[in-house]
Design a binder for this molecule. Structure first.
Ligand code: MLT
Length: 241
């Protein structure tokens, strides 16, 4: 079982994902939002690239009789005409239960939309990292961890979360790690105090400047949700585990 890491959405190539189990990560905050919403009972999350696409998708789903929430951000702020921002704390059970969430974010939903060639595509964050690691062991196939990054650049928060998942997988099964996977794993293993190491990360600073410390706290909570999320045919749903 091989494990490789892609460091940001700009580096995703279809050929790298074919026949692989792909794990998409955007800790701050897209995959944490997706994990929270689905754990709180949302029926599905549909990641879209543009604001226009989001409004179109909402119309289409409403015509099918679904209840729809538009969520996401641009520059970490609410999009005009949308219902929710990209704060995971907004996606509470009483608001999202049985609803379809159409989500558009700067990096996370872009990364997801570039991963369609993966054989299986899973969604991970610190919130469900252990559940995803267990599923990777069960699937027993070559893995590519896709870090969404920030505006095409490497981001520490995604890299350390990927390292955590790799660290959990190798406890159970012997793996052939690429050099970048080894660095990701050892970055996590030597920095288990997440708040301490991530306080200097660029996007952490952006969210802090917007007084979104509670979002950060939530996104760095490890394994509060025991769920596996799968992206298939443009839709993310919870798998039974
Ligand atoms: C993104 O997908 O770009 C992020 O989740 C940005 C954010 O809302 O923090």
């Amino acid at each position: 079982m091989k494990i490789d890491v892609i460091v940001s959405a700009d580096y995703i190539k279809e050929s790298l994902l074919e026949n692989k189990v792909v794990v998409v990560i955007d800790v701050l905050r897209a995959t944490s939002v997706i994990t929270t919403a689905l754990c709180n009972g949302a029926e599905e999350v549909i990641p879209v690239l543009t604001v226009e696409e989001a409004f179109e998708k909402k119309k289409e789903l409403l015509s099918l009789g679904k209840e729809v929430i538009l969520g996401g951000e641009r520059q970490a702020l609410k999009i005009e005409g949308f219902d929710f921002t990209n704060s995971p704390l907004e996606y509470k059970a009483e608001k999202v239960k049985n609803k379809s969430i159409v989500l558009s974010t700067t990096n996370g939903t872009r990364a997801l939309n570039s991963c369609n060639s993966g054989e299986v595509v899973l969604i991970a964050s610190f919130l469900n990292g252990k559940a995803i690691a267990k599923e990777l062991v069960r699937l027993n196939k070559d893995i590519v961890i896709v870090n969404s990054g920030t505006n095409g650049e490497f981001s520490m928060d995604d890299f350390i979360c990927g390292g955590y998942i790799i660290s959990e997988v190798v406890k159970e099964v012997t793996c052939d790690l690429s050099d970048i996977s080894k660095v990701s794993k050892s970055f996590y293993e030597s920095n288990k105090n997440l708040r301490n190491v991530l306080k200097d990360a660029k996007h952490y600073e952006v969210l802090k400047a917007l007084s979104l410390e509670e979002d950060i706290e939530h996104c760095l909570s490890q394994n509060i949700y025991n769920i596996i999320l799968k992206y298939e045919n443009g839709i993310i749903k919870k798998m039974q585990n």
